[in-house]
Design a binder for this molecule. Structure first.
Ligand code: SF4
Length: 224
């Protein structure tokens, strides 16, 4: 299904409406950790790795308990993969993630003075780190213009008809073409709670959505 818009799509207006719409909901997990003081690229990367295929609520508890033991690459590399695994075992694929976090920490300690620099190429060189996590780290911790496209950003921007892309990586490229740079980091902060609570995967709440008049509702079959 694709609805006829009754108002032209205006991204500036949309961003303002989104800020209001998500105010009652918890922030996206990585932004929440940043607001709590977990601001380094390394902490943000570890949080993003833990978040893969894991609910935000679980990731937050898990990341906080890991950071109680180790917040720097040096401290993290002193933990064994088994110790990291025990601390993050509520997350999906924890064994694999524990090894991955340990390996990254060790490499940073041995070859990068114990710090993760704001370096896209280095981030993408780590096993299991893709554009989503790299861009979120660069956007949130490094304050650089990168777009973190997770499943929510992908689904919602395609439903708007703002982009038309089959996969998140394609959505990221399409957004880089047309989304004003000032919104590149903020769009993830807004669309994660918006996608979880309003423009949900199944039966989005279109009838009360503040964007309804501007949204093409592409592919929406059973709105509420
Ligand atoms: S909830 Fe419906 S109207 Fe609102 S953005 Fe999603 S698809 Fe569009």
């Amino acid at each position: 299904m694709s609805a006829v818009r009754t108002k032209p799509f205006d991204i500036d207006l949309v961003m303002g409406l989104l800020r209001e719409a998500v105010r009652p909901y918890p922030p996206a997990a990585m932004f929440a950790l940043y607001d709590e003081g977990y601001v380094t690229p390394f902490e943000q990367l570890v949080a993003c790795i833990i978040s893969i295929r894991t609910r935000d609520e679980t990731m937050l508890v898990t990341a906080r308990s890991l950071f109680e033991q180790a917040r720097t690459p040096q401290k993290m590399s002193e933990l064994s993969p088994a110790q990291i695994d025990t601390l993050i075992n509520a997350s999906s694929f924890h064994e694999n993630k524990a090894q991955q976090i340990h390996d990254i920490a060790r490499e940073l300690t041995e070859a990068h003075d114990g710090e993760l620099p704001c370096d896209e190429k280095l981030l993408l060189s780590f096993r299991g780190v893709g554009p989503k996590c790299a861009n979120l780290v660069l956007g949130i911790a490094c304050d650089e213009a990168f777009i973190g496209v997770d499943i929510h950003v992908h689904r919602v921007t395609n439903r708007w008809g703002y982009v038309s892309a089959a996969r998140p990586e394609q959505t990221m490229l399409a957004l880089m073409e047309k989304l004003p740079r000032e919104y590149w980091v903020e769009i993830n902060r807004l669309l994660v709670p918006f996608g979880k609570h309003i423009c949900t995967g199944r039966r989005p709440r279109c009838s009360t959505c503040p964007l309804l008049e501007m949204c093409a509702q592409v592919g929406v079959e059973a709105p509420r």
